[in-house]
Design a protein around this ligand. Structure first.
Ligand code: HAM
Length: 480
């Protein structure tokens, strides 16, 4: 009997897996350019981490957690998000006891929510995110939003809508919660059961209700902006003025409350409708949290962060063909073709040498016709085929064929390694990122930068790039 994957999960393989890796690599590189350090928290935590961290009134905690008792009768939960676990990690490992705050970290991995699967919504999905903890300056909010924006533009997503709102400080929200309770008190019997429990637990959550009838009632509810303290208003204005000065487009959205309970002050979300008209929901979101560190027994420090949903980001990049639909699962440099059974061991030895030189190589395992082996090489997207038969073995030769130009050369076995290096260097002449070699529109930005850069010609460049480190022209960063 065939056993299928669990509902709401999805298998990622081949070119799609490459697309995920490319996207994650760009996100990680940019986070590191902003001096964020990688952390890898466990996938399972004590359920308490999320109940206390994410909050009992959130849908995530009320309905969506994968919670189970382990064999020692402990209640454990597969993480439904990263932030609460990251703060637990920081406090437990005393990472916040340092003179240099904010502590800036990034993370990447699977998260689990028992939601109704639909377009862009899974039960297991991947998030990439960052947290900057221990600094309350509006400049810290700016840095985090700027990082998210830089990631999105580097991925080639220029027209992302950034929605931003101010949830105010704790005092502002106490007054606002009361105003909402007063407003919804008489309407409550007409509202959905979820809103009825939200009314008690956290009436702000009612603003996030997706039931159309309830949304109509939400329209005339009091606005948070009327309850914000002067300090909070001023802080938010500073952030929006910074964003404006840096030319980062944003929309103020006073209905944006976010689905997790820990937020205060700045909250934001990234939205994008793909060229195919698919709206996968928010591709990312985040905000500031003031009480989370204290909740986990740490000092009174606030933090800010965001997470992107990798599935949604990859889907729009593929819809808009920013990531081509036909990228190969493996970026293969050489496909070694043994002609005849006797050449098979030598073919494997050749592939091993190539791999030790740092280039990818695969060997045809089947004893099939030459034409069929070339077809396989093309299908795999290999740049070169290496042909070795009995005759070549006897003459100490190897044939190398460029699969794009169809040019074929014969080299002596003792010159083979040098030739391989020479060919691969020619291939990556302009850039060592590996992208140029075949699919020009890989989204890595190298191409654009290289085109504008005179360095590689070597003539009218006075930047010393070729020597390596001391270049200020920006090319090298891009090349990495
Ligand atoms: P979130 O808005 O719950 O925030 O999730 C972040 C992103 O994960 C969403 O914008 C969306 O792209 C993706 N996502 C959420 N649910 C699903 C799903 N069921 N299937 C596919 N993708 C999904 C957080 O998780 C916060 N921890 C973000 C944060 C970090 N706030 C402060 N720091």
């Amino acid at each position: 009997m065939e056993i299928n994957n669990v509902k709401g999960t999805h298998d990622i393989f081949g070119g799609e897996a490459s697309a995920y890796s490319q996207v994650e690599a760009i996100m990680k590189n940019i986070a590191e350019l902003f001096a964020f350090m990688e952390v890898r928290p466990p996938v399972i935590e004590h359920s308490e981490v999320f109940v206390r961290g994410v909050g009992e009134s959130s849908d995530v905690v009320r309905k969506e957690m994968y919670t189970f008792l382990d064999k020692g009768n402990r209640s454990l939960t597969l993480r439904p998000e990263f932030t609460a676990g990251i703060i637990r990690l920081m406090v437990q490992n005393k990472l916040l006891i340092t003179n240099e705050l904010p502590l800036k970290v990034y993370y990447d991995g699977p998260v689990f929510r028992y939601e109704r699967p639909q377009l862009g919504r899974y039960r297991q999905f991947n998030q990439f995110g960052v947290e900057a903890v221990g600094n309350n300056s509006p400049l810290c909010d700016l840095e985090v939003i700027l990082l998210a924006y830089t990631i999105l533009t580097s991925l080639g997503l220029e027209n992302v809508t950034i929605k931003i709102n101010n949830l105010g400080d704790e005092n502002s929200r106490v007054a606002y919660r009361q105003a909402l309770r007063d407003y919804f008190k008489d309407l409550l019997p007409k509202m959905c059961p979820d809103c009825q429990s939200r009314y008690e637990l956290n009436p702000l959550r009612i603003l996030d209700c997706k039931v159309p009838e309830d949304q109509k009632l939400v329209k005339d509810a009091p606005k948070l902006s009327a309850y914000l303290s002067e300090a909070s208003k001023k802080r938010f204005e500073t952030i929006t003025s910074y964003l404006t000065s840096l030319g980062i487009p944003f929309e103020l959205d006073d209905n944006l409350v976010r689905g997790l309970d820990y937020y205060s002050e700045t909250v934001f979300e990234f939205h994008y409708t793909s060229g195919k008209g698919n709206d996968y929901g928010a591709i990312g979101g985040g905000g500031r949290y003031d009480k989370l560190v204290k909740e986990f027994g740490g000092p009174e420090l606030s933090g800010i962060g965001f997470s992107f949903g990798i599935e949604r980001v990859v889907s729009i990049l593929r819809d808009d063909e920013i990531i081509p639909s036909d990228i190969p699962g493996v970026d293969l440099a050489f496909y070694v073709i043994p002609v005849g059974e006797k050449a098979q061991f030598t073919a494997h030895a050749i592939a091993t040498n190539i791999r030790l030189l740092g280039y990818s190589a695969d060997v045809c395992f089947d004893d099939i016709k030459l034409a069929a082996m070339f077809k396989r090489a093309d299908k795999k997207g290999a740049k070169y085929a290496i042909i070795i038969g009995e005759e070549e073995i006897n003459n100490h030769k190897v044939i190398i064929k460029n699969l794009a130009t169809k040019e074929q050369i014969e080299v002596d076995q003792e010159d083979f390694e040098n030739k391989i290096v020479e060919l691969m260097e020619e291939h990556s002449h302009d850039c060592s990122c590996g992208c140029h070699d075949d699919h020009g529109d890989c989204g890595c930005e190298c191409h654009d930068d290289h085109e504008e850069c005179d360095c590689c010609e070597g003539e009218d460049c006075d930047c010393d790039c070729h020597d390596g480190e001391e270049c200020s022209c920006g090319c090298h960063e891009e090349k990495k």
